[in-house]
Design a protein around this ligand. Structure first.
Ligand code: UDP
Length: 246
């Protein structure tokens, strides 16, 4: 076999991909533990997953969460707007290491920020972003929506719609939608499939409800998975892991 030929498994793998354009939101915890610096081993795990997606012919965009820095729902005192801006800045911290390691892996990557900040990153400009997306670059959308009173979930769904992805995956520490927070309530039951309406009606907190409304209005399928190696690839294959909101 010529050394240029792709291994036989690669093409087969491609056929199994249900979704070809995916946006993933990695929650802040995916990059490092609370109040600790970004853990490069964890970042490399994300890069490896993106590599697998690309090998399988899936285009990937990423939104970085920042929950390990500051989150209004955890803080709840002080000036809401200030805390939110701190949270927004916190999401930026995870971006540079991710970009660096993606580039080190020779994955064409472009970062766009939601607001003008002192960095080398360009500000989100739809036409340019679309061109990069169509050329197959991995896109990282940094800084959430850039506005207080929002979340990175909202930014991720907004960018998912702008990039016209087939699936939005929220990669987090819980393996799906539960009737209550399973980390606090051992009786919480997992729901494999749930409608947008039920998530909102039942006030389930796994995902920002305003973001769910936006996904609902635009019929964007949302899958919640526990972030571990292989989980995003499985989600892109259409595998029934975690929970589907549709
Ligand atoms: N935030 C914000 N606007 C945004 C994105 C984030 O105000 O567009 C703030 C908000 O306080 C949020 C915090 O930044 O709670 C961290 O983001 P998020 O909770 O979405 O990150 P995650 O915990 O999911 O990693």
């Amino acid at each position: 076999m010529s050394s240029r030929r792709k291994p036989a498994g690669t093409v087969k793998f491609k056929e199994f991909m249900k979704y070809k354009k995916v946006l993933i939101k990695f929650s802040g915890e995916s990059f490092g533990l609370k109040h600790k610096a970004v853990d490069l081993k964890r970042v490399q795990k994300i890069v490896d997953e993106i590599k697998k997606l690309r090998r399988a012919g899936v285009r990937a965009a990423i939104v970085c969460g920042g929950g390990n820095i500051s989150r209004w729902k955890d803080v709840k005192t002080g000036d809401r707007v200030e805390v939110d801006y701190r949270g927004i800045k916190g999401t930026l911290k995870n971006v540079r290491p991710l970009e660096k390691l993606l580039k080190k892996a020779r994955i064409p990557t472009r970062v766009y920020t939601s607001f003008i900040i002192k960095s080398n990153y360009p500000n989100f400009e739809y036409k340019k972003v679309k061109k990069d997306w169509q050329s197959g670059k991995v896109l990282i959308f940094a800084g959430g929506t850039g506005h207080p009173f929002f979340t990175t979930d909202m930014a991720a769904i907004l960018r998912s719609l702008e990039m016209d992805v087939d699936l939005f995956v929220k990669a987090t520490k819980v393996d799906g939608v539960y009737t209550a927070d399973p980390l606090k309530n051992p009786r919480a039951k997992k729901i494999n499939k749930i409608s947008y309406k039920k998530i909102i009606e039942k006030e389930l907190k796994i995902i920002d409800s305003s973001a769910v409304c936006l996904a609902w209005e635009n019929r964007l399928p949302v899958r919640i998975v526990k972030w571990e190696a292989g989980s995003i690839v499985k989600a892109a294959q259409g595998n029934n892991l975690g929970s589907l909101i549709s």
